[in-house]
Design a protein around this ligand. Structure first.
Ligand code: PRP
Ligand code: ZN
Length: 288
């Protein structure tokens, strides 16, 4: 196996994950010339070839080596059951696979499904779930528009992906049980040749930098010099904050990085400790 072959990545051609998948590659500094309807494209500045596929087909293509890696929902990976390795969770495409029933049903609990007919595009996950819970129900597999099945009398309930919930709502259904949570993941075929493994590591290094940056904010603030120590204790930062003297005597500017999760709490503490003129700036990449 030669090492100068590009890493082949499969992403969804169109659908819930396609825009975010392309954007992630862009944020990793990988530019892809997109022939509008091309199914394969070559990156200009990274040894990467992009295959645009139906999301449901991605696990199989990655497992059999047609693609080396892929971006796909955990739900699709779990349903397909092929042997692929999850390399990174990507933090987008969040959704859950849930059971839903008509709004009018006075739902008493999972035993309601006993003897019922459930339509889904996820027969294997659903069957596993039902049998673990000891529920005998008829699983009816359909490949699309699952949400209309109860209305046309095809099924009593459904198991389908829910993200905002608007699809269920506009079809008069309500979510009653969560079967699994899912998000987009980067998957790889199990035994990548060495050269390709090195390219994957390079890609993952960039993804990590982008993801860290997305979770962090750059903060600049002013403070009287006698508050610097107290404020530095609040700022977790990468190491310790950068302190720069201001033209105004007795004052300094502090620069640091804070985590999005603790953002508002930290800001309140900073104000209480005497910080003024707090600026918060997005970060594009973060390399440790
Ligand atoms: C899922 C699901 C619903 C919709 C739910 O389809 O089948 O149609 O998303 O989203 P909502 O709760 O925000 O309304 P998906 O886009 O994954 O398409 P696919 O199953 O064809 O891949
Ligand atoms: Zn799909």
């Amino acid at each position: 196996m030669t090492t100068d072959q590009p890493l082949k990545i499969a992403i969804q051609k169109s659908g819930r994950l396609s825009d975010d998948s392309r954007q992630l590659l862009r944020e990793c500094g990988i530019s892809i010339q997109n022939g509008k309807n091309a199914l394969i494209a070559r990156a200009r500045n990274f040894p990467l070839e992009v295959l645009y596929l139906r999301d449901d087909d991605i696990p199989q293509y990655v497992a059999d080596g047609t693609a080396d890696v892929g971006i796909v929902g955990q739900n699709v990976v779990a349903e397909a059951g092929f042997e692929v390795a999850e390399v990174r969770a990507l933090g987008f495409g969040g959704c859950r696979l849930s059971l839903a029933v008509p709004k009018s049903v006075d739902y008493p609990g999972l035993h309601w499904f006993e003897g019922k007919k459930v339509a889904t595009s996820y027969p294997s996950i659903l069957s596993r779930f039902l049998s673990e819970k000891g529920i005998r129900a008829e699983v009816h597999t359909i490949s699309g528009s699952v949400e209309i099945a109860p209305n046309i009398g095809l099924a009593d309930g459904i198991a389908d992906l829910v993200s905002s919930g608007s699809t269920l709502f506009s079809n008069g259904l309500k979510e009653v049980e969560v079967i699994m949570h899912s998000e987009a993941v980067l998957v790889a075929r199990p035994h990548l040749p060495k050269g390709k493994k090195a390219m994957l590591d390079k890609l993952v290094f960039r993804i990590d930098a982008v993801q860290r940056a997305a979770r962090s904010k750059y903060v600049v603030l002013n403070a009287p010099n006698d508050r610097i120590e107290a404020i530095s204790r609040i700022l977790p930062g990468m190491k310790s904050p950068t302190v720069v003297p201001l033209a105004r005597p007795g004052w300094s500017a502090l620069h640091s990085v804070i985590n999005e999760d603790e953002f508002w709490e930290v800001i309140d503490e900073l104000k209480a400790a005497g910080a003024q003129g707090i600026l918060v700036v997005p970060i594009e990449k973060m390399i440790y």
